[in-house]
Design a protein around this ligand. Structure first.
Ligand code: GLC
Length: 550
């Protein structure tokens, strides 16, 4: 393993409230999660990213906190949380938590105090305007569910800014007291033992909002300050940021112009996500080849986090209208599968018609592309979505553990569940669950275990450099390689339906004794590289050679 743990990590994200309920109240909790750590260890994940754990009125699934120094009592106590950290650490699993400090809940005592009087010590912790700002109806993140970014508060007799929902007032990062408080919050959780933070909405945190100016200035130095702060408090802590911005802006989030990588360690690769969806929809890797070619060079230590699905919609806003329509036609043909005029609210298995070959292909591709893979709970067993639920809740249904009532998630009455379990059709828990797949060496779950373990034997993917191999490959095939001190891996992924052969003879000189370490089927001896077979929707992970560092 290289020096930086996050480069070779496999991150698994989950919501405590929908994962495992230990006390039968219908809501998942920390003790339930502790009981599932052995499952996660067996799967091979090395880091958990927990969605917001703080007390919250839950109007945005916890992304609206009322106390940054505690855990939601529905999940347990701080004591339970410390125990979780200990138990996870015993199994070699790190924990990072969502840090949602762009805004608070409007029920947070800070906002309650701030709105109560202009003299409140917390007044300047939020962003106010005495007059109605001209850009009041601009910059909404949730079109259709949100129609303004400035709302009038009668108690405060002023307008307050909220980039997201109205009940999420933005904190004022121009105020040094707010900056200091955020550092204190981070220190608190680091001291308890978390390995870092998934930082929510980073482009908005650094925005120095000016009423009437929809392009308010950004203070990237704050990211440098946060990095310095956390690294001093805990040397191996990481920041994994959500910054869904134009590609040319991304390098500034990683570090300053000096190229020292002194800000965020890891950024979610939203650009790659959109292009992966496009490539899968078109069964054509062209958009991925472009992505591999166009990616900005990262400073030392900078790392991408790749994903296919997360807890939000698949955001297709950076594709052209034509590209977006292609993805919609393939993966979100019905209006109710789409959301916010830009995305799809579905899980991957149903998007791919529950076609096992395509699901494996998609995940083999994601996990072998540059960066650290992030996997959303339930994807490892091929869970589906519930489109009868509102908005993004469709993809936030409880984990399907077994054939037991409520999928083994909880013993509560079904109407008490935090969200209904999927219990009908081909994605119902009677068909898709952990118990069924655990005992079946051919299951998707068993495949994920194998694939993740294979990836961990190929550290080049996480720590090395990834590039497209420019060989005359048949349409549909992506050939790429990962190079690092430990050697070279070569990957063939056939997005098309035809069986093909790829000429990799140009790599012959570099090859030791090349062999498949993971493939969709047994292809036999690899032999000469001049005609490497790949089935339709098939893939081959080939170890080309081992390096001096092995
Ligand atoms: C991020 C989260 C999303 C949440 C929003 C507001 O985009 O991923 O789930 O609704 O921030 O906090």
């Amino acid at each position: 393993m290289g020096d930086r743990w996050y480069s070779e990590a496999v991150v698994y994200c989950l919501d405590i409230d929908t994962y495992a309920d230990s006390d039968g109240d219908g809501v998942g909790d920390i003790r339930g999660l502790i009981g599932r750590l052995d499952y996660l260890a067996r799967l091979g994940v090395t880091c958990l990213w927990l969605h917001p754990i703080h007390p919250s009125p839950n109007r945005d699934d916890g992304y609206d906190a009322t106390d940054f120094y505690n855990v939601d009592p529905r999940f347990g106590t701080l004591g339970d949380f410390a125990e979780l950290l200990h138990q996870a650490q015993n199994r070699g699993i790190r924990v990072i938590i969502d840090l949602v400090v762009n805004h608070t809940s409007d029920e947070h005592p800070w906002f309650q105090s701030a709105r109560s009087s202009p003299d409140s010590p917390y007044r300047d912790w939020f962003v106010w305007s005495d007059t109605e700002p001209d850009d009041r109806h601009q910059g909404m993140v949730f079109p259709g569910e949100q129609n303004e970014t400035w709302s009038y508060d009668r108690t405060a007799k002023a307008w307050y800014y909220h980039r997201f929902y109205k009940f999420q007032p933005d904190l004022n990062f121009a105020n040094p007291a707010v900056r200091a408080e955020v550092k204190k919050i981070m220190s608190f959780w680091l001291q308890l033992g978390v390995s870092g933070f998934r930082m929510d909405a980073v482009p908005f945190i650094i925005e120095l909002t000016e009423p009437g100016n929809p392009n308010s200035p950004k203070d990237f130095e704050f990211l440098t300050e946060l990095r310095q702060h956390i690294q001093w408090r805990r040397g191996d802590a990481v920041l994994l940021a959500e910054a869904n911005v134009e590609p040319d802006q991304l390098p500034t989030f990683f570090g300053d112009a000096g190229g020292s990588g002194n800000r965020i360690h890891m950024l979610f690769d939203f650009m790659l996500n959109g292009r992966l969806m496009l490539a899968l929809a078109r069964q054509d890797p062209e958009s991925l080849i472009e992505a591999l070619r166009d990616t900005p060079t990262l400073p030392v230590g900078g790392q991408w986090a790749t994903f296919l699905r997360n807890h939000d919609e698949i955001d297709l806003s950076r594709l052209t209208t034509e590209q977006r329509n292609q993805v919609y036609a393939e993966f979100g043909p019905d209006e109710d599968m789409r959301i916010y005029d830009r995305g799809i609210r579905r899980r991957l298995a149903p998007m791919l018609g529950n076609d096992r070959r395509r699901i494996e292909l998609a995940y083999a591709l994601q996990f072998s592309l540059r960066g650290t893979p992030v996997l959303r709970y339930g994807e490892e067993i091929g869970m589906g979505e519930d489109l009868s639920l509102p908005g993004r809740e469709a993809i936030r249904t409880p984990m399907q553990w077994s054939y037991q009532p409520n999928a083994g998630f909880s013993t509560a009455d079904p109407e008490k569940l935090v969200r209904p379990v999927i219990d009908k059709g081909e994605f119902g828990y009677q068909k898709v669950n952990v118990t069924a797949q655990r005992g079946d060496s051919k299951s998707l779950l068993a495949w994920f275990e194998r694939m993740i373990r294979t990836l961990r034997e190929a550290p080049e993917v996480g720590s090395g450099s990834t590039s497209h191999i420019d060989v005359p490959a048949p349409a549909g095939v992506l050939a790429h390689r990962a190079d690092g001190p430990t050697g070279t891996m070569v990957f063939l992924h056939n997005l098309g339906t035809d069986d093909v052969e790829v000429d990799l003879s140009s790599l012959e000189a570099e090859a030791d004794l090349p062999n498949d370490v993971l493939a969709d089927r047994g292809y036999g001896e690899l032999g000469k590289l001049g005609a490497v077979k790949v089935s339709g929707h098939g893939y081959r992970w080939i170890r080309l050679c081992r390096g001096a560092a092995c």
